[in-house]
Design a protein around this ligand. Structure first.
Ligand code: IPE
Length: 246
C-alpha cells in the first residue's frame, strides 16, 4: 500500500514564532509514521519556516523574486525544517531521505509545473521514505516562486500510484458552515457553500483550492487533524474523505 502524506506546516511548527518546530507535535507525527508499515511519501509544508521569509520578500506561487538573498532565506529555511523532520523520522527507525524540489522542478511562464518524479519512485521501490517539502521553484519570467506542498501532493500521488492520500492539517477536516466536519465530498458543490462558493479563487492554498485539487486525483484523499494521523495510517478514513464520483 502506497500512501502520500502531507503534513501541514502549522502542524509541525509554531506558526507565530519564526523558524520554530513544535517538538511535541513533530514527535507525535514521526511516531505515527514509524508505526506504519506502508510505503509512505511524506510532504511537509512551510509553517513558520517558509511563510514569513516568503512574505518578507513578497514571494507567492505567482509573484516571484530574482533576489538571491530571498531565495536563500526561503529555500534555506525549508531545508532546515526538512532536516528536522528527516531527523525525527530516522531517530525512530524510518528510512527517511530528503528530496528538495527546488533542485529539480520548474514552472513555465504560464505557471505550468514540471516536476521530475523518477527519483521519488525509485527511492520508494528501494525501501526509502522520501521526504519532500513546499519550496521555491524556478519560474520562467518570475525568477523563483513558491511551490506549495499541496501542488506536490497533486503531482506525486499519480506518479507513485498512491492508494491513499492524507492531508494532515490543523483542522479536523473540511468544515461546513456550522463548523462541523463534512464526512464525504464527491463534487465541489458538496462543500461550495462552506468554502465560499464555486467561484472562490484561492491561490494561496486554502481549503477551497485543496478540495478542488484533491477531487482531481484518482486516489481517495482524507483531510484530518493531527490527532487522527495514526488512525489514517492504520487504514481508517478520519475527517473528510474526498473522492470524485466518476
Ligand atoms: C509553503 O508550503 C512553502 C513555502 C512558503 C516556501 P505550503 O504552502 O505547503 O505550507 P503550509 O502547509 O501551508 O505551511
Amino acid at each position: 500500500m502506497t500512501v502520500v502524506l502531507k503534513l501541514g506546516g502549522s502542524v509541525v511548527t509554531e506558526k507565530e514564532t519564526p523558524e520554530t518546530v513544535d517538538d511535541e507535535a513533530l514527535a507525535a507525527a514521526a511516531d505515527a509514521v514509524a508505526a506504519s508499515d506502508h510505503d509512505v511519501v511524506v510532504i511537509h509544508g512551510g509553517g513558520s519556516f517558509g511563510h514569513h521569509h516568503a512574505a518578507e520578500y513578497g514571494v507567492s506561487t505567482t509573484e516571484g523574486t530574482h533576489d538571491v538573498a530571498g531565495v536563500q532565506a526561503i529555500h534555506g529555511a525549508m531545508t532546515r525544517l526538512n532536516s528536522r523532520i528527516v531527523t525525527a523520522l530516522t531517530e525512530r527507525g524510518v528510512p527517511a531521505v530528503p528530496v528538495h524540489p527546488f533542485s529539480a522542478a520548474d514552472r513555465g511562464a504560464d505557471g505550468t509545473l514540471t516536476l521530475p518524479t523518477g527519483q521519488v519512485r525509485t527511492l520508494l521501490s528501494e525501501g526509502f521514505v522520501p521526504v519532500l517539502h513546499g519550496d521555491l521553484v524556478a519560474h520562467a519570467g518570475e525568477g523563483a516562486t513558491v511551490l506549495s506542498g499541496d501542488e506536490l501532493v497533486v503531482e506525486l500521488a499519480p506518479a507513485v500510484d498512491a492508494d491513499r492520500v492524507g492531508v494532515c492539517s490543523t483542522v479536523p477536516g473540511v468544515l461546513d458552515e456550522d463548523g462541523a466536519v463534512i464526512d464525504r465530498i464527491e463534487a465541489f458543490e458538496d462543500a461550495a457553500a462552506a468554502l465560499g462558493g464555486s467561484d472562490a479563487t484561492d491561490v494561496s492554498g486554502g481549503m477551497a483550492a485543496k478540495v478542488r485539487a484533491l477531487l482531481e486525483l484518482e486516489s481517495p484523499a482524507s483531510v484530518f487533524g493531527p490527532d487522527a494521523l495514526s488512525a489514517f495510517l492504520d487504514g481508517d478514513a478520519p475527517g473528510t474523505t474526498i473522492e470524485a464520483d466518476r
